[in-house]
Design a protein around this ligand. Structure first.
Ligand code: CO
Length: 451
């Protein structure tokens, strides 16, 4: 029997796309043992924005979250999304930092590392791949990921070429983020898409007909809208096609029953907005990913500027063109999105250019897919200024970053994982460690008083 397996995204991408990654561990802890029995290909539970959100908003240690999930789901492959040389931050890190991060991710429980670069500049994922192979256990899978987008320079031939390149680099599987199945695979192919535009179920169906091996889905109450297609719907549909998923019907329904009231809680609080649950075919024009949309809505709402939402949306393709058509995935999605919002709020294009966009023009993120706007380049780099090659400048293995971070933290750091959190998110991690210390001191005082 033909088999198509399913990755459950509720803990990471569905959480990120529908509610800006604000799901605390306590909201899903109790269902993990049940999810462990479902028969998923994998559970995507870490990486992406979860790391940032744990430190910044939820007061959680992201590494502890990973260890807890690992413990509760011993039989399930745990998957993370890793932004290559950016790790889980918004800039490029040195090779030794990337290697350490991968080592610690595997050590703390990750099996599948889905690694991508926002510009599909694969030099930026080579170090992460190398480290994955170096620290691999028998369960480790290095999944090379292509960021799919449409533009005058992104042709089908180009994507076929990228697939071959990933295969030659030595990835175990290839994942197409948002891609319709167009090529015959020699390595397992995985499709990751979002329901934002309403196309996902058709895309997934076509991909299955073309031989896709794994599809990303979310338990039905956390599916659709800016999230993934529904796990149970695909389970039943594939069953009717005579295709096996290996999922346990009872368990996946229990998982959905568990998450229903949780979803309702966040709908009631406004954290999950009606906009992110709806279908918006206009995204076909703006090409805005789910996480970016829910973040833009959150930011504009916080700034009380939701009336500028449509204008900002329209500004996105303009900024994207000026940047040489980067695929809109993190960190490029935030950079393009924030610049578009700034342009609209300032009432003038590039009156203020964010530090990240400036660094992008300096070449610090890799090579843009198409030529960038010459006038904007001249504005940022000066007349005749040229970007430098990020790999030559930034790839050093000095160990300095780790040493410096360790010194800066002093006794606030209790582990290598803490140091890594600080390297990725200095301000947020520092605050988290200070809060943690204060809490511990309180507990100590209490114990002494008791005695
Ligand atoms: Co996604």
């Amino acid at each position: 029997m033909k088999k198509v397996q399913i990755t459950e995204t509720v803990l990471r991408d569905a959480n990120q796309s529908l509610m800006a990654t604000r799901l605390p561990y306590s909201d899903f802890a109790d269902i993990l043992p049940e999810m462990n029995k479902a028969g998923y290909y994998s559970v995507e539970c870490w990486g992406g924005a979860t790391f940032d959100s744990c430190l910044r908003y939820l007061g959680e240690d992201p590494w502890q979250r990973l260890r807890d999930i690992r413990k509760a789901m011993p039989d399930t492959k745990l998957q993370m999304l890793l932004r290559g040389q950016n790790l889980l931050g918004y800039k490029h890190y040195h090779d030794d930092v990337v290697e350490k991060f991968v080592e610690l991710s595997i050590k703390n429980g990750i099996d599948i590392l889905r690694i991508f670069d926002a510009l599909n500049d694969f030099r930026n994922i080579a170090t992460a791949l190398e480290a994955t192979k170096k620290y691999a256990t028998k369960n480790t899978v290095a999944s090379g990921c292509i960021s799919y987008t449409q533009s005058p320079v992104h042709t089908v031939e180009k994507y076929v070429e990228m697939c071959k390149e990933l295969k030659n680099m030595g990835f175990d599987t290839i994942c197409l983020k948002d891609m319709a199945g167009t090529m015959s695979p020699y390595v397992p192919l995985i499709l990751h898409t979002h329901c934002t535009t309403g196309m996902a179920y058709m895309t997934v169906t076509k991909a299955i007909e073309s031989g896709i091996d794994v599809i990303d889905c979310a338990t039905s109450c956390f599916s659709n809208g800016t999230s993934q297609p529904s796990t149970e719907t695909m389970f039943y549909a594939l069953g009717q096609y005579g295709i096996e998923t290996g999922l346990n019907e009872d368990v996946i329904n229990k998982v959905n029953d568990y998450f229903k009231p949780i979803k309702q809680k966040y709908v009631d609080s406004g954290r999950i907005s009606a906009k992110s649950m709806a279908t918006d075919a206009q995204a076909l024009v703006y090409k805005v990913p789910g996480g970016m949309l829910s973040n833009m809505i959150a930011n504009l709402t916080d700034m009380k500027a939701m009336d500028k939402f449509d204008a900002a949306l329209k500004e996105i393709p303009e900024v994207r063109k000026d940047l040489g058509y980067p695929p809109l995935v993190t960190p490029l999605s935030q950079m393009v999105g924030n610049q578009a919002v700034t342009n609209v709020l300032m009432g003038e294009r590039y009156k203020i250019v964010s530090k990240e966009v400036q660094n992008y023009f300096r070449g610090q993120y890799g090579i843009a897919p198409a030529p960038v706007s010459e006038s904007l380049q001249a504005k940022i780099l000066g007349e005749g200024g040229k970007p430098v090659d990020c790999r030559i400048e930034d790839a050093k293995r000095t160990g300095e970053d780790f040493k410096k971070a360790k010194e800066a933290l002093g006794d606030l750091a209790k582990s290598e994982e803490d140091v890594m959190s600080y390297i990725c998110y200095p301000d947020q991690a520092m605050k988290f460690f200070e809060d943690r210390k204060a809490k511990e001191e309180n507990i100590c005082t209490y114990v002494i008083e008791e005695a």
